[in-house]
Ligand binder design. Sequence first.
Ligand code: AMP
Ligand code: MG
Length: 298
Amino acid sequence: MSQHGNLQDTGAEKTVPREKFVVEDPPPEPVYTRYRVEPGKPLKLSSVDPDESGRYERKKDARKELELQRRHLQDLQEKLYAENKHGLLIVLQAMDTGGKDGTIKHVFEGVNPQGCRVSSFKAPSAEERNHDFLWRYHKSAPAVGRIGIFNRSHYEDVLVVRVKNLVPEEVWRKRYELINNFERGLVLNGITILKFYLHISKGEQKKRLESRLDDPDKRWKFSSNDIKERALWGAYQEAFEDAIAACSTEWAPWYVVPANKKWYRNLVIARTIADTLEAIDPRFPLAEEGLEKVEIPD
Ligand code: AMP
Ligand code: MG
């Protein structure tokens, strides 16, 4: 691991931060791996309970723990930014109403916006379609020192694109490998990748769509297209299973997070991110020498 302790105290090391280019491979592992999909294993989403909430029964039981994890994440993000050596890419995918926006709002509350960027991906523009499918995602990938959040991602190109037959199978089939290589390239450049599938049930989606219709403040989120997409639930689940199984790698794991209970989803994601940052172990850079003698002139 490219730890700080490895820095030898020679004059040359001070001017050339060599360890900036040394990336741990595979990347540091978080301790909290409960919902991680092991590489190379097939996945059946129906075997994961979307209602699960661990040892918590009610929202208020988890409130303190969420606050703790959030604060931890905020502290580590500050160090990640200051150190400017590692970055983090968080990929959020879900069925419609799965809670991608809510996750961003609640997990990143209080994180310094300066070191963080959310990229939301809709259907590609004409220009984007004229490039290889990864082009627009690569442009939005985070630099070292930053956290990038993908609200939808390059996985749409093997999800909606597959389900809606937007390109022939021989085109999307090859994309799993292209995605794995793309992600590997980011990892070797110092970017740790975490991918979350927010797992809700079809019944829960019905409730959430109904509440969008009922609540005037939520109605703007409803699209009649959501009903057409819902009819394709089975095909989407299959596409998710294949994508997650093919692309949960040692260097960029997928996590399938029970998401019927929003508070539990937030807690699991906050904890997984904080724990991953903890494993990266970012540190504030050393201060200049002799600062104790500095006086600020009047
Ligand atoms: P929303 O997130 O509700 O604003 O919807 C965004 C829409 O963009 C969804 O219907 C996605 O399926 C669609 N979308 C995102 N990425 C792609 C893509 N690569 N190709 C086609 N459609 C996409
Ligand atoms: Mg939508």
